[in-house]
Design a protein around this ligand. Structure first.
Ligand SMILES: NC(=O)c1ccc[n+]([C@@H]2O[C@H](COP(=O)([O-])OP(=O)(O)OC[C@H]3O[C@@H](n4cnc5c(N)ncnc54)[C@H](O)[C@@H]3O)[C@@H](O)[C@H]2O)c1
Ligand SMILES: C[N+](C)(C)CC=O
Length: 490
């Protein structure tokens, strides 16, 4: 595998020749040493993408051909699925089983957009002006900057790469500096699939340097960012310099509302699925469990029993159910978050510390945790902890459940569990989130849009909207019988 950046069709080292070690969060071993770019590398990549857009022919290549190439990327991802999944698990610590599911999703995203590529021939609209023909077409935006996080490195990249390419844009992608490996590998596959030089560029390095240049540079027409709310706000400011188009996929503090009439077994099982995949490092994790008072104690008792049995370990071991957190820094953050919750009055029903056992001491592990006695005013209920931690609140009426669910600056996703479908639909209609699951949690697929209400973001990825984000609409009006009107005389 190549260890450099991919700029203008060439694999290159950083201008400074600097490198960065990539660490396995399970045992802190170095798994790769990759180029560490800086502002100059970012500018070179932007210049390559600008030239490819302005002087190359990707934007005018027939959409069918762009779709064919993107479909070929999907095929290559399927071919190398196991290698990619193992690389993702080495880099993030998540189980290989989860990474394989991610790779299937990723191939599905490239295939979905490949098939959508040539389905938009524009639209003729009825013109009110006599003797005119009016049409609306979609054109590429131009040079796209794409910045992705460490939790779902390739999945989040695929949501940006595939629509940008089929729409005829050129791009510069910057993966998280701590998990770049699968994005690097997919650039190799994109080269193999026939994406022309300069169309897709990869630059590696820190957010404050490389990411900041992508966000503020005048030659970047659109910035698409997935990551934390504080970084999102900085990017929004930086993007204002040349009024870039902006897409932000930010964090969440997602409620999971469980009514007393829900299927108990389903709701307990899904309350765990909602949070503990990838050690809770999921934007849409259902970390705010909101339970109807009458079943609260029984529900918590069963939940705590099961959470205490979750098996931690290497993502490569078949019996592992949960891997480590991403870094020592993030582990310390999750620990501090739980300690702050305890000080506010939350009670640790299970977990609440690092695990014991020699196998887990080299990794960044934290026990799956349930905090009970939580109320909506607590920091631990309002802040995104991004770890394997559930906070539990109680409610006693439908109106209160919805009020608690909406009591957040975020609005990414939420769930409601009940066997009363009318009640479920009423709640779903009132929950202020981009996605609401009924008797389900954490399901997403390429055909449905994904994104946040409130401070969870701006715009949508996936679905037809996820493609439109990478286009500009243009109205073209043609007069079929043009005549002088002599408004200003002859
Ligand atoms: N809404 C979604 O779909 C979604 C999906 C995945 C993750 N997330 C969110 O991502 C966050 C976790 O990811 P993270 O810790 O990598 O986020 P982060 O904001 O720290 O970093 C994300 C990316 O931004 C870059 N970056 C950092 N500072 C920058 C700056 N000043 N300018 C430009 N780029 C900069 C980083 O290098 C990285 O590539 C969580 O909040 C999670 O909820 C959201
Ligand atoms: C959007 N999703 C759920 C794939 C990853 C969020 O972190």
């Amino acid at each position: 595998m190549k260890h450099g950046m991919y700029i203008d069709g060439q694999w290159v080292s950083a201008q400074t020749a600097e490198t960065r070690d990539i660490i396995n969060p399970y045992n802190q071993e170095i798994i790769a040493t990759v180029a560490e770019g800086n502002e100059e590398d970012a500018k070179l990549a932007i210049a390559a993408a600008r030239r490819a857009f302005d002087q190359g022919d990707w934007a005018t290549t027939p959409a069918t051909e762009r779709g064919r190439i993107v479909g070929e990327i999907a095929r290559l991802i399927e071919r190398d699925k196991q290698e990619l999944a193992e690389l993702e698990s080495l880099d993030t610590g998540k189980t290989v089983e989860e990474s394989v599911v991610d790779m299937d999703d990723i191939a599905g995203v490239f295939r979905y957009y490949a098939e959508l590529a040539d389905k938009d021939g524009g639209e003729i609209i009825e013109s009110p002006i006599p003797n005119t023909v009016s049409k609306v077409v979609h054109e590429p935006v131009g040079v796209c900057g794409q910045i992705t996080p460490w939790n779902y490195p390739l999945l989040q990249a695929s949501w940006k790469l595939a629509p940008a390419l089929v729409a005829g844009n050129t791009l510069v992608i910057k993966p998280s500096e701590i998990t770049p490996l699968t994005t690097m590998k997919v650039m190799e596959l994109m080269e193999e699939a026939g994406v022309p030089a300069g169309v897709a560029n990869l630059v590696l390095g820190a957010g404050g340097t490389v990411g900041a240049v992508l966000s503020e540079h005048d030659d970047v027409d659109l910035i698409s960012f997935t990551g934390g709310i504080h970084t999102g706000k900085k990017i929004m400011q930086a993007a204002s310099g040349n009024v870039k188009k902006l897409a932000l996929e930010l964090g969440g503090k997602n409620p999971n509302v469980v009514f007393a009439d829900s299927d108990f077994e389903l709701a307990v099982d899904q309350a765990m699925n909602a949070v503990f995949f990838h050690a809770g490092q999921i934007c849409s994790a259902g970390t705010r469990l909101i339970i109807e008072e009458s079943i609260h104690d029984d529900f918590v008792e069963e939940l705590v029993k099961r959470v205490g049995k979750i098996k931690l370990g290497s993502g490569f071991a078949e019996d592992t159910q949960m891997g480590p957190l991403i870094s020592a820094e993030h582990l310390a953050k999750v620990e501090a978050y739980v300690e702050a919750g305890k000080k506010e009055g939350a009670y640790v029903a299970v977990g609440g510390q690092r695990p014991e056992g020699p196998e887990l001491q080299k990794g960044f592990f934290y026990l799956p945790t349930v905090l009970i006695g939580c109320t909506t005013d607590m920091q631990v209920v309002q802040e995104e902890g991004f770890g394997p931690v559930i906070t539990v609140e109680k409610f006693s009426s439908e109106a209160e459940a919805v009020k608690l669910a909406n009591d957040s600056i975020y609005g990414l996703a939420g769930g409601v569990f009940t066997t009363d479908i009318s009640k479920a639909e009423r709640c779903a209609a009132k929950m202020r989130m981009g996605t609401v699951w009924i008797n389900e949690f954490n399901v997403y697929f390429p055909h449905a849009p994904w994104g946040g209400f409130k401070q969870s973001g701006i715009g949508r990825e996936l679905g037809k909207t996820g493609l439109e984000e990478y286009t500009e609409q243009k109205h073209i009006l043609r007069n079929v019988d043009p005549q002088p009107i002599h408004w200003f005389g002859k």
